[in-house]
Design a protein around this ligand. Structure first.
Ligand SMILES: [Mg+2]
Length: 359
């Protein structure tokens, strides 16, 4: 068997961390609604139901969940449309709202090409049923009193603005949440609660720790692929190069037990910004091996961002495994670099490298 060097990205390639941002957003919406909904004049939105539903959805479909912003907005819009249409037909009826939730979930599956789960449809109905007594009459709801959309839009703007300076710094996302909360207060003429601002920061941070990661699973096929390459007969040199906050990435290393595959600081490399330099250094350690770099982020031919373009420049063969949730963080996204191997599943890597049957 040929001896290879394989470097892998972490987030979006071995683990799904993007979903944590979505979880934080919806936990925040629930907490906010519980505390302040009564202060918003004429509030008749779906935020509470949608946040509960979204949390359940992200738990159930962790690794298939598209970006939380797309999922949430699509679901909200579809729910509103279904409610309006059905209100004319069946009027005030307790199961109308729960039924509309299920229809919105069905629309969402079609739109994002997800398999419709009967079990999750029942779960969706139950969540909606819990809100049945709150008789939301859809004709009364106006745009402008939808907390979730306002918060999501502020978050998107603020987080993008703060990204070039802060990158994956642990405090970036929670800090953006606090700023978005302040903007929301201004918009809805609410007094800012400093205590709730602190709580907001905590909610934003809640998932960036070892405890949270310990409860997670890796992306299906990732552990199998790494175990295969770790097999002494294969003799692959295996590294993980990840860009991010030191504290957060090492919490993932402990929580997901990545020691199995990357035993020491020599194999698990956290970089603050770009990956190209470290890739070039690793390449020099194994000049006579075929070198591969696996990642979900194409990056740019014009700057050092992402996985695949830096890998290409460092003389690796890029392997692209896309994640359903795309995190571009405002970086310029390019075409795939020349010679990239594109795979739909990470477990296909050994067969692509060694021409073996599938794991
Ligand atoms: Mg990635």
């Amino acid at each position: 068997m040929k001896k290879i060097l394989l470097v892998t990205d972490l987030d979006g390639t071995l683990v799904t961390s993007g979903v944590d941002y979505g979880r934080a957003i919806h936990l925040w919406v629930s907490a906010f609604m519980e505390r302040f909904a009564h202060q918003i004049p004429h509030y008749v939105g779906y935020d509470r139901a949608v946040s509960l539903w979204a949390l359940a959805f992200m738990d159930e479909f962790v690794h298939q969940c598209p970006h939380y912003d797309d999922v949430t907005k699509f679901f909200l819009e579809s729910l509103e449309r279904n409610e309006r249409d059905r209100y004319f037909v069946i009027g005030v009826q307790r199961d109308r709202f729960a039924g509309s939730m299920v229809l919105a979930y069905q629309d969402l599956c079609k739109h994002f090409h997800l398999e419709f789960s009967e079990a999750f449809a029942r779960r969706t109905f139950e969540i909606g049923w819990g809100f049945g007594e709150i008789s939301i009459i859809p004709l009364l709801s106006e745009s402008g009193n939808d907390i979730t959309t306002f918060f999501l839009d502020s978050m998107k703007r603020l987080d993008k603005e703060r990204y070039p300076k802060m990158r994956a710094h642990r405090d970036r996302f929670p800090g953006s949440m606090v700023l978005a909360y302040r903007q929301l207060c201004e918009h809805f003429h609410l007094e800012v609660s400093e205590e709730f601002a602190r709580r907001t920061f905590e909610i934003g941070l809640a998932f960036f720790d070892e405890e949270a990661y310990r409860k997670r699973t890796m992306i299906p096929g990732a552990a199998e692929m790494l175990s295969f390459l770790r097999n002494p007969d294969v003799e692959a040199a295996l590294y993980c190069v990840t860009a991010g906050d030191m504290r957060v990435q090492w919490a993932k290393w402990r929580g997901y037990n990545l020691k199995r595959f990357f035993p020491t600081i020599a194999e698990f490399r956290v970089v603050k910004w770009e990956k190209e330099e470290i890739l070039k250094r690793l390449r020099k350690l194994y000049p006579y091996r075929d070198a591969y770099m696996v990642g979900d982020s194409i990056g740019s031919s014009k700057n050092g961002s992402g996985d695949l373009w830096p890998a290409y420049r460092a003389d690796f063969i890029p392997i692209y495994v896309a994640h359903p949730s795309v995190w571009d963080n405002g970086d310029h996204i390019d075409e795939l670099p020349p010679g990239t191997i594109s795979l739909d599943k990470i477990q296909k890597i050994p067969s692509a490298i060694y021409q073996l049957p599938l794991l």
